[in-house]
Design a protein around this ligand. Structure first.
Ligand code: FMN
Length: 345
């Protein structure tokens, strides 16, 4: 059996040049010969399905409202600003806003507030157009209660940056922080306070994300039984997994997208947030180690079961977090010279 497996492996390797000749052959390969993309394909389609199901059944979709609100913001800050814009998505935006605004747990959500403020400004600055006029009427007649309940707050619409608010952090300080953060694999036997994690998440959530969707979740695990289960899954932490006091599994939500073209964005957005998160941890006395999540079907199944993930949710990566053991060594991991990865023009 192992001999046959080895032979098939060899054959697979020796024919790669053929399957990689063009997109048709590579699709054939991944359909008939290798199932390694199967779970990803499934998750992307499950995400699209969930996306349209929510829109159809609930008549609203939070990610769509966030995306559209952001598109309106961009219209509002354009130079020069057009008198008429967003004709192709203003109806959808108003519909989703009016539906979500009625959902009780969202009534105090700052992003609903943001949508309201952006829509209000949009209808203030756009000139007459039948499409806009219809939506203006819908918006103004249905959102009066919100208008009253939120008067007096800071308006969450495009603004000019206040240079006086620039934090007093020198480049040297920032560089020193990036150099101080290292992948830490040895931790003290000390629980990680949840309020420190929440503070680091405040920095993580400031990270850029495509259309401001932030399509990810931080699953933070420190309950001993669950922690033991989760730390047994990734492959790259053998030998030190027993001393990890907290594991975070960052999960991407593919239901944020109506189209496959955005399927990589969960990984990009989450990674940007993770970097801010890891730097923030260092300022709070905590350290971390990013941990690879390999796309291996058996492991994926176990993680799905352990964290009760939905079919459209994909683990992106894990992070070990804890108070660094002062006696534990960190790897030197010399970095690439910038000449090797930068190219001007
Ligand atoms: C996506 C990703 C996956 C990683 N996976 C692992 C892992 O499985 N196990 C581990 O010990 N370190 C892992 N690391 C840590 C890297 O080895 C480390 O970042 C690299 O050697 C550079 O060292 P530094 O983080 O101290 O600068 C991972 C890092 C990243 C960004």
């Amino acid at each position: 059996m192992t001999k046959l497996k080895e032979l098939l492996k060899k054959l697979d390797k020796s024919l790669l040049w053929f399957w990689s000749k063009n997109t048709f052959l590579s699709s054939f390969y991944y359909f008939f010969i290798s199932g390694k993309f199967r779970r990803e394909h499934h998750a992307v389609l499950a995400g699209r399905t969930q996306h349209s199901k929510e829109i159809k059944e609930e008549k609203a979709h939070f990610y769509t409202l966030v995306r559209n609100t952001h598109r309106l913001e961009k219209g509002l800050l354009m130079k020069p600003r057009r008198d008429v814009f967003a004709l192709d998505f203003i109806e959808e935006t108003v519909s989703h806003f009016l539906t979500l605004n009625k959902v009780s747990h969202l009534s105090s959500d700052p992003q609903i507030q943001w949508s309201y403020d952006v829509l209000t400004e949009y209808f203030q600055v756009t000139t007459e157009h039948p499409v806009i006029e219809n939506q203006r009427k819908r918006f103004l007649s249905s959102s009066n209660t919100l208008l009253e309940s939120t008067s007096g707050h800071e308006t969450l619409t495009p603004y000019e940056r206040n240079e006086k608010k620039k934090p007093n952090i020198s480049f040297e300080d920032f560089l020193a922080l990036t150099q101080y953060r290292r992948s830490v694999r040895w931790f003290m036997d000390k629980p990680v306070p949840h309020d420190l994690i929440d503070r680091a998440l405040m920095a993580a959530r400031q990270s850029p994300s495509a259309c401001n969707r932030q399509p990810f979740e931080y699953r933070i695990i420190d309950e001993p039984t669950l922690l033991n289960e989760v730390t047994n899954l990734p492959m790259g932490i053998k030998g030190y997994q027993h001393n990890i006091p907290m594991m975070i599994v960052v999960v991407g939500n593919l239901d944020a997208y109506f189209n496959e073209r955005d399927r990589h964005v969960v990984y990009i957005d989450a990674s940007l947030a993770n970097m801010a998160f890891m730097l923030a941890l260092e300022t709070l006395g905590l350290s971390s180690c990013p941990i690879n999540w390999p796309d291996i079907e058996s492991l994926e199944r176990k993680m799905e079961k352990t964290l009760r993930l939905k079919k459209f949710q994909r683990p992106i990566m894990c992070m070990a977090v804890g108070y660094p053991d002062p006696k534990g060594k960190v790897a030197y991991s010399e970095k690439r010279a910038i000449e090797k990865f930068r190219k001007y023009n």
